[in-house]
Design a protein around this ligand. Structure first.
Ligand code: LMR
Length: 337
């Protein structure tokens, strides 16, 4: 009897004690929506997923990252607007897509033949020029966190593109970059700006005849299934800047921001490690599919492309900024001929 009474009062005390505990709910995690336009199995897609994994682990539930691949949430133009409005917090747009924000300098990365390999590129992205460019985003309400590699572009089309003359009159899809517009016009093609999510259908229906992209994008969007020829030209580079809404980033608790910066550093190493491998594998898969025929350029043909496309450098020198272009030339050793 005595024992039951004692037990009853213990239960009563515990439930009173338990009350405040249950009413103190854990704070809701900070949500980061990370939107991008490519497939999950691409350098950017994998790096975004890796960042999510390590950032969530290291912040122990205080941060939740939702990755939306394949233009699921926003297409190219819309995602930039969404970031500035705060509808998403993180993006990794291609460097060719920053001029509409008013930061034309990023188009330096689109100049044809400016980088011969990843080492030359990294001298820019991982050096003072790269940092200077990211800093320019601050005035646009954007904070730049890192550069992530993709790779060197192939040119695909439904007729073979081997000599410069082959480009004449071909309708080729480009990203929203004036440098890429000049590049295509310099060889006599007719460039058409189009969102990435619309390219496959445009190729399939003949709205455009061809396009350019690193093999990882070509393969994961199945563009090779609607392109008869792929020229292994490596004529230009495509990569990304990982960016966040500046106000959101500044408003994070300092310890969280430090952890996320560390996770971004590691995700960048991961991204740059998988980029070349992914593109090599994608190229092998396109070849194996037998859907499109590969074209390799002779040294003379490649030199002819380079000579013609040098016009894109001259035409955009003042748009990008002559000093900046010269700085990049110095880092990469670009010479016109
Ligand atoms: C494109 O539009 O072709 C690319 O920028 C897509 C991407 O994000 O790699």
């Amino acid at each position: 009897m005595k024992f039951t009474r004692c037990l009853k009062s213990m239960v009563a005390v515990t439930s009173v004690l338990a009350l405040p505990l249950t009413s103190i709910a854990a704070p809701a995690p900070i949500l980061i929506k990370f939107s991008h336009v490519v497939a999950q199995h691409t350098p950017k897609g994998q790096a975004a997923d890796y960042f999510k994994k390590i950032a969530e682990e290291r912040t122990k539930g205080r941060v939740k990252i939702e990755v939306y691949p394949n233009s699921q949430l926003y297409k190219d133009k819309e995602e930039m607007e969404a970031l500035q409005l705060g509808a998403v917090q993180m993006l990794a747009p291609s460097l060719a897509k920053f001029a509409p924000l008013g930061v034309k300098e990023f188009e330096v990365f689109d100049l044809p033949f400016i980088f011969d390999n990843y080492q030359e590129l990294h001298r820019v992205t991982q050096g003072p020029v790269g940092a200077k460019l990211l800093a320019k985003l601050e005035a646009k309400g954007i904070h730049g966190l890192a550069y992530w590699d993709n790779g060197f572009k192939v040119m695909s089309n439904n007729t073979p593109l081997k000599s410069v003359a082959d480009f004449k009159g071909q309708k080729l899809r480009i990203q929203s970059s004036k440098v890429l517009d000049s590049q295509m016009r310099s060889v006599g093609a007719n460039p058409q700006v189009m969102a990435f999510s619309e390219v496959y259908q445009a190729l399939q229906t003949g709205v455009v005849n061809g396009t350019e992209n690193p093999p990882s994008n070509l393969y994961t969007q199945k563009m090779h299934e609607v392109q008869k020829y792929v020229t292994l030209s490596d004529h230009g580079y495509l990569g990304y800047a990982v960016i966040v809404n500046k106000k959101f980033w500044a408003g994070l608790p300092a310890d969280i921001r430090t952890i996320l910066e560390g996770a971004m550093k590691d995700a960048t190493v991961f991204a740059n490690d998988v980029a070349k491998k992914d593109n090599d594998e994608a190229l092998a898969a396109v070849k194996k599919s037998g859907k499109s025929q590969f074209i390799t350029l002779t040294a003379a043909e490649r030199a002819q492309w380079k000579k013609a496309m040098d016009k894109a450098h001259k035409e955009n020198m003042s748009r990008i900024g002559a000093d900046l272009v010269q700085e990049v030339y110095k880092a990469t050793g670009y010479t016109a001929h």
